[in-house]
Design a protein around this ligand. Structure first.
Ligand SMILES: [Zn+2]
Length: 289
């Protein structure tokens, strides 16, 4: 398998640990223009580099920043690494390229996915934490953290990361997969959903499967997790055993759900960068749980 453990999946910190040192507001930033993560929507603006692509290094062209303030999120290979939000109306001229994090073609390698994902997640937090959700006054940085303090009521706000459970259900040699209406034809994935009040992650997994497909599960086992910065989820992966019920699709959420086998999987499955795919591959390769 490409990723021996879920820890090695892109978007997880382990991928960039060797070259990346985080910096937070108030930390001193080394000199020099350094490296850039220009982010437009769910895509990273990069430059061609042989067969692949690379980050821009050096001064950032003014048209790309469009007057927005860059944010230093750390150092990459000893030089400052800055993320900047690129306005949706700015069109990207060659040789610059815009590469979506969720593109089917894997032009962004694991390093670029992970650096870009971290930049995107932090920019998202900065954007949505300008004002206090309690009193409406301006928030200011808390030195040494990504937290923000209210200049009015003094309440501290910290980055919100939203846990989701994602689960592969097994019934003998079969496993349950589901598809959403908006996905490409033939593509199936695993049942997933956000944690609700008062739930453990295991309970969330079981509830989502029951609500979305009508299937009851037991023996819900944790198998690993992945940061999923779209914009700020944490995917907790599980496998579970079938415990009863017939497939009954919740039509607001899903178009279809069905049982597949390793010999006859669906035409389309999630991309290798996702924990969904890691769980499916591991199961189809007969890994030990
Ligand atoms: Zn306040």
């Amino acid at each position: 398998m490409r990723y021996p453990s879920t820890i090695n999946l892109p978007f997880n910190y382990a991928v960039i640990r060797e070259g990346f040192t985080p910096l937070r507001p108030g930390d001193s930033i080394p000199d020099g223009p350094g490296w850039w993560l220009p982010i437009q929507g769910n895509a990273l603006v990069v430059l061609p580099d042989g067969e692949g692509v690379r980050l821009h290094q050096g001064e950032l062209p003014g048209w790309l920043a469009g007057g927005r303030e860059p944010l230093c999120i750390g150092t990459w290979r000893g030089e400052p690494l800055r993320a900047v939000s690129v306005g949706s109306k700015i069109s990207i001229p060659g040789p610059w390229q815009i590469e979506a994090f969720n593109a089917v073609e894997e032009r962004l390698d694991d390093l670029l996915l992970t650096l870009g994902g971290m930049g995107m997640q932090i920019l998202h937090w900065q954007k949505k934490s300008r004002f206090c959700s309690i009193c409406g006054e301006k928030l200011v940085p808390i030195v040494g953290s990504w937290g923000r303090r209210c200049s009015g009521c003094g309440h501290d706000h910290f980055p919100a990361i939203h846990p989701c459970s994602i689960v592969l259900v097994r019934r003998g040699e079969e496993f349950l997969m589901a598809r959403k209406r908006e996905w490409p034809p033939g593509r199936y994935g695993l049942v997933a959903g956000f944690l609700d009040f008062g739930e453990s992650l295991e309970e969330c997994a079981a509830r989502e499967v029951l609500e979305e497909t009508g299937i009851m599960v037991e023996n819900v086992r944790y198998v690993g997790s992945q940061c999923w910065p779209f914009p700020s989820q944490l995917m907790a992966g599980f496998v579970a055993d079938y415990a009863g019920g017939e497939i009954r699709v919740e039509e607001h959420e899903l178009e279809d759900a069905r049982w597949f086998t390793a010999d006859a999987p669906p035409a389309g499955i999630p991309p290798r960068r996702s924990i969904a795919r890691w769980i499916i591959d591991r199961y189809m390769l007969g890994g030990e749980w």
